[in-house]
Design a binder for this molecule. Structure first.
Ligand SMILES: NC(=O)c1ccc[n+]([C@@H]2O[C@H](COP(=O)([O-])OP(=O)(O)OC[C@H]3O[C@@H](n4cnc5c(N)ncnc54)[C@H](O)[C@@H]3O)[C@@H](O)[C@H]2O)c1
Length: 431
């Protein structure tokens, strides 16, 4: 026996969802402010063009499981769940227009006040894309005010972002990359999974803001990938190199390129290769008279990231500290100081007036050779006056430890209660 589900907003997302829920045997009430869409759904016709949707809607309508209305209020008594799929279009300032979302939330709040309390709270599932904080700061307070009580008894609330793409929406509905559920408490809205029966995908039950953010991160990344791919394509094409031949090899590398490597928030990039070769790539673009703001932006962003880290440190422990910096070479397991962001960070912190102790088990200044030695000479003050071999003594009296790269076993050796800012994860807390 299927569920009775209300769908608010009969655009691409709402209509596709209605079609797929009908196919899965549920009953659907479609709701929209647009009378043409309400009429279309009422007649079992699709208001949008999307492969497969019209057939599924027509079949559901023939079986008497599809209806439509302009006002959800009177239907709430008979529904198990409401999916909110109204539009959140862009405003001129880039922010999302939240008026439709607010309007339907008000309607639901007013309707819920009238709804006879049944055994289970009505599950309100927000699927529209919304900025982080919307559920906590807009949706929940609006509902609580209009219903006269918070979630738990008469209603429960989930944010369940939609990842389908137009033109393959039905296919994507049944094969989502993941199921993300934002909720007040982990697992509290698990009955939502009733509509995902038979769909295999990794499940993430997380706080509202994490789920809200994920959707923006995904689409920003997709946009970044297109822009990156096209900048590489422009550079290749302008030099007579086949862009697709380069892309074939680039994409075949699933170890370092198309992989999670280099994607987790953490420290800036550095070392002897990334900064050098990125600069060389920018020089190629310049030579070809091309503007490549994504690639140029990567360099600029890296510098800004280091400045942001220094600012975070100031907020956590203002100068003069004292501070303990854990790590100086550009990554773990190497003593390479060339283009090390941690060396730059140490300089920034000293310039800002910090008392600084540095500990790096990968580094033995007596063993540095070649260019690495030259870099060390350039920064000899740090190496001679601030680098310590004894971690315990270096940590003594510090107000904050800053972990610049993974150092096995180092946390356990820090004094209990010494706050730690972990640059490798952009998190802070007790060591
Ligand atoms: N289109 C996509 O591929 C896609 C994919 C994932 C997520 N999303 C997100 O899902 C949401 C819906 O997207 P869409 O493309 O279906 O939008 P859409 O513009 O096609 O449809 C939105 C519908 O909401 C209706 N609506 C507005 N106010 C209403 C109200 N008060 N009551 C009832 N209905 C109301 C509109 O009349 C419209 O029919 C957006 O937040 C969007 O960002 C879209």
């Amino acid at each position: 026996m299927g569920l009775a589900i209300g769908i608010l907003g009969l655009g691409y997302v709402g209509t596709t969802t209605a079609a797929c829920l009908l196919r899965d045997g549920h009953r659907v009430v479609g709701v929209d402010v647009n009378p043409e869409k309400v009429a279309a759904i009422g007649e079992g016709r699709s208001p949008v063009v999307e492969p497969g949707v019209a057939e599924l809607l027509a079949a559901g309508a023939r079986e008497g499981r599809l209806s439509s209305t302009a006002d959800i209020g009177p239907h709430l008594d008979r529904l198990d769940m409401v999916l909110i799929c109204v539009g959140t279009p862009s405003r001129a300032d880039g922010k999302l227009e939240m008026t439709h979302l607010l309007e339907v939330t008000r309607q639901l709040g007013r309707g819920l006040r009238e709804r006879a309390p049944t055994g289970e709270p009505l599950l309100l599932v927000y699927r529209s894309t919304m900025p982080p904080g919307t559920m906590e700061r807009l949706v929940l307070p609006t509902l609580a005010k209009l219903v006269g009580e918070g979630p738990g008894r008469r209603y429960e609330v989930a944010f369940n972002p939609e990842f389908l793409r137009e033109s393959t929406a039905v296919e994507d509905y049944y094969a989502p990359p993941k199921i993300v559920i934002g909720e007040r408490e982990k697992g509290i809205t698990r009955r939502l999974l009733g509509i995902y029966d038979g769909i295999e995908a990794p499940l993430f039950e997380v706080p509202f803001a994490v789920a809200e953010m994920v959707k923006f991160v995904d689409n920003s990344f997709h946009a970044l990938k297109v822009a990156f791919g096209n900048e590489i394509g422009r550079i290749c094409a302008s030099r007579g190199i086949d862009p697709q031949a380069v892309a074939d090899i680039f994409l075949a590398d699933t170890k370092l390129n198309i992989s999670p490597v280099y994607l987790r928030p953490g420290g800036p990039f550095g070392g002897s290769c990334l900064p050098k070769d990125l600069s060389a790539m920018l020089a190629l673009a310049r030579e070809s008279g091309l503007a490549v703001p994504v690639l140029a932006g990567a360099k600029e962003s890296n510098g800004l990231h280091l400045a942001w880290i220094a600012q975070r440190i100031r907020e956590l422990a203002p100068p003069p500290g004292p501070l303990l910096l854990l790590g100086l070479s550009f990554k773990s397991g190497t003593d390479d100081l060339r283009n090390s962001p941690l060396l730059d960070l140490a300089s920034l912190l000293l310039d800002a007036g910090y008392e600084l102790d540095v500990y790096d088990p990968d580094l033995d200044p007596d063993r540095l050779v070649g260019v690495n030695f030259a870099v060390a000479l350039e920064h000899q003050e740090i190496l001679l006056a601030h680098l310590r071999r004894d971690l315990e003594r270096a940590a003594d009296g510090a107000r904050l430890a800053v972990l610049g790269k993974p150092i096995p076993g180092v946390r356990e050796r820090l004094p209990a209660g010494l706050p730690l800012f972990d640059i490798t994860r952009l998190r802070h807390g007790d060591g």
